[in-house]
Ligand binder design. Sequence first.
Ligand code: FAD
Length: 281
Amino acid sequence: MAKEQARKGPALSTGTVVRTERITPHMIRVVLGGPGLTGFPAGEFTDHYVKLLFPRPGVSYPEPFDMAAVRAEYPRDQWPVTRTYTVRAWDADAGELTLDFVYHGDTGLAGPWAEAARPGDEIRFLGPGGAYAPDPDAGWHLLAGDESALPAIAAALERIGDGVPVRAFVEVADAAERQDLKVPGGAEVVWLERGGRRVGEALTEAVRALEFPPGEIHAFVHGEAGFVRDLRRYLRVEKGIPLERLSISGYWRVGRDEDGWQSAKREWNREVEEEEARALG
Ligand SMILES: Cc1cc2nc3c(=O)[nH]c(=O)nc-3n(C[C@H](O)[C@H](O)[C@H](O)COP(=O)(O)OP(=O)(O)OC[C@H]3O[C@@H](n4cnc5c(N)ncnc54)[C@H](O)[C@@H]3O)c2cc1C
């Protein structure tokens, strides 16, 4: 990131909805375009994400919109509400940014926004951020997540070359939520159906039952924070995998909206790290 950009904070863009598609009953694809995306700097990571900005009802912001000015001049409870979404794809030639939203009912902001989105609607967002791309030198890849991590898992699968072993585990609500993914030659994708079970239970069981292929692992494990915590303990403590071979974090938390989860996350992560340090002695 350029020094100037780092000083100003993440870049602000405005996207215009080009089209939407319900790819499964509970996954809505929104493709954004428009001149506001020119030069959008995505591509390095397969887990690039953006922070969508939802204006607070009844609050008017200065135009042209400037997030730094909003932060400086408005009380925190009037800042736009943020929701984080993975860049499922960025097509620089077409200038199109694809985001896939889990539609988890009428609750929340982002899911219902995606459901109601129509061509021409505009949305502002910050980013992209990102940190993970499959290591081309890894002996094998473990990819595991629920629906919220499926966009990043799908993007990672598209990046991994043929012939490298990949074990991908994706937990979805039911068979109708499976997607056709472009998978490399060495990949085995296991779809797990949650049914009535707690989110992540089937996924945790499946990863624990996996016989690890030989070679150095590179793992990507994301989704609901409770199962991510369980799998992190397993991979770190029982399998002895060093942190630098893991991309692992909670994307959301049952019973908390994103604001609630983000504000609890630091304390949550501290507990996870302390527990891990004790277990590792
Ligand atoms: C780096 C990163 C990348 C992410 N990428 C994606 C992505 O590509 N696609 C995606 O759909 N999500 C993604 N998420 C997760 C997403 O940001 C959260 O699920 C977010 O809470 C959804 O916002 P909302 O306004 O729909 O619901 P909120 O207002 O945040 O929450 C309302 C209620 O819905 C529940 N809820 C939230 N998410 C889910 C869910 N997935 N399933 C069931 N219940 C839920 C909450 O626990 C809460 O009770 C990502 C998160 C991070 C941190």
